[in-house]
Design a protein around this ligand. Structure first.
Ligand code: ATP
Ligand code: MG
Length: 415
């Protein structure tokens, strides 16, 4: 007899059930609650975009574009890419859908993203992010609001302890040019001590050498000139406004003058919330101001700021949420009781009572399932119950049982 082999899942993807799925759901639910407190609306954008959307906005020299994208030709010969991040797609939509009229646009989304990376704990090829953006606001108040939102989200997830907000400025265009030239000079002078990867980056993207994880690069990167010496007066004032705002809102932060974002379009504020509880995958949330991106996509100069957080990484850090449970388990005994059970179950659910039916196996098995479900009550329906037109309501917490009419039953279970 030939056996059919079940296809294996794709490397770096995950299937979730039980605890893992509950953790994931709790992160998303909390995000949805907190974003309402901040007046952020929901947007949905496609999982798939023309490759140019990411190549243009992220820059060809970034790891994401040069090594990690899932790009392929579709059947029409078009180069398409599974989104590796949200910002580029939302910015594309901002332009093509005429969302400019809503500026400043405060929006969130969440969903799957794809990067061809080496899978390990906290790093997957299909992963998920929470994402928040403010598009069309040049004011530091937008940066402050987003940072407060991120901070409150982490608090409400109960993971603020051990997670630190690290903050930097990347300055304005003028600052960045001057700093970039100084970095190229510094790295060129120490070229023979750098890793090959950093040598390759030297001319195109010298900022990236600063956050290199290669131990060969660290001494040179650590000795590199800091941005502060090059900050223009405008850029200095902007950073000052952001940090003062965070202090006013009681959001704790620390300066990390080495923090740069991997993507080319960042200006001014750059930040990461980091933890040492996830090994090498220590960044749970990162973002910053990306004033240059929308222009890179062919739109008008549009200031914007945003952040993204890895749902899987947050889910690993939170305490296990309260297990989900139902209020009542309906137990029909015998085929004759099933229509009555189906009728009652429909009435309960329509009345807003979480309920389920245990219909497999003998009575003992059915009661066991009721106990396992975490239900507070079991409702037993057999010949007696049908004859009396009443239900046996069993309180599973204290093992008491009473006869009740249907109206009374629904009243009790609605609580
Ligand atoms: P890292 O340095 O960990 O590769 P990154 O700089 O590539 O992160 P961003 O592009 O800023 O990350 O994405 C924001 C967040 O998304 C990260 O802080 C992280 O929580 C999450 N993230 C990024 N890549 C992955 C991945 N492959 N698997 C799981 N989560 C990820
Ligand atoms: Mg990465």
């Amino acid at each position: 007899m030939s056996r059919i082999e079940t296809p294996r899942p794709i490397r770096g993807t995950q299937d979730m059930l039980g605890e893992q799925a509950q953790r994931f759901g709790h992160v998303v639910d909390t995000f949805d609650r907190v974003r309402r407190l901040y007046g952020f609306g929901r947007v949905e954008v496609p999982v798939i975009e023309p490759t140019a959307v990411f190549a243009r906005s992220l820059g060809e020299t970034t790891d994401v574009v040069s090594k990690e994208m899932y790009s392929f030709e579709d059947r029409g010969g078009e180069s398409v890419t599974l989104r590796p991040e949200f910002t580029a797609g939302i910015s594309r939509a901002f332009l093509t859908e005429g969302w400019q009229q809503h500026a400043p646009l405060k929006v969130v989304t969440h969903g799957p993203l794809f990067r061809y990376e080496r899978p390990q704990k906290g790093r997957y090829r299909q992963f998920h992010q929470l994402d928040a953006e403010v598009i069309g606001a040049a004011e530091p108040l937008a940066d402050i609001e987003l940072l407060c939102f991120a901070d409150q989200l982490l608090r409400e997830l109960g993971i603020e302890n051990g997670v630190t907000l690290t903050l930097n400025t990347l300055g304005d265009a003028e600052t960045r040019e001057a700093w970039r030239a100084a970095l190229i000079a510094h790295f060129s002078a120490n070229r023979d001590q750098l890793s090959q990867e950093s040598i390759d980056r030297l001319e195109k993207n010298p900022l990236r050498i600063l956050d290199s994880k290669d131990p060969r690069d660290r001494p040179i990167a650590d000795a590199a000139p800091e941005i502060d010496a090059f900050l223009s007066a405008d850029a200095g004032r902007f950073f000052e406004a952001v940090t003062t705002g965070l202090d006013s809102a009681h959001v704790r932060w620390t300066r990390n003058a080495r923090l740069v974002r991997g993507l080319d379009y960042y200006r001014h504020t750059a930040f990461e919330f980091v933890t040492d509880r996830l090994g090498a995958q220590g960044t749970v949330l990162g973002g910053g101001r990306y004033d240059g991106l929308i222009e890179a996509l062919g739109g008008p100069a549009t200031p914007a700021v945003g952040w993204a957080a890895g749902i899987e990484r947050l889910a690993m850090l939170i305490d296990l949420p309260e297990p989900e449970s139902i209020t009542a388990m309906i137990i029909p005994m015998g085929a004759a009781a099933e229509p009555a059970a189906t009728d009652l179950l429909a009435r309960l659910r329509r009345a807003g009572v979480a309920a389920d039916m245990s219909y497999k196996g003998n009575m003992k098995k059915r009661m066991h399932k009721a106990d396992q479900s975490g239900a507070r009550f079991a409702v037993i329906i057999g010949d007696d119950e049908i004859a009396r037109d009443e239900f046996a309501l069993k309180d599973l917490a204290n093992q008491t049982q009473q006869w009740v009419s249907r109206a009374r039953l629904i009243e009790i279970l609605r609580g």
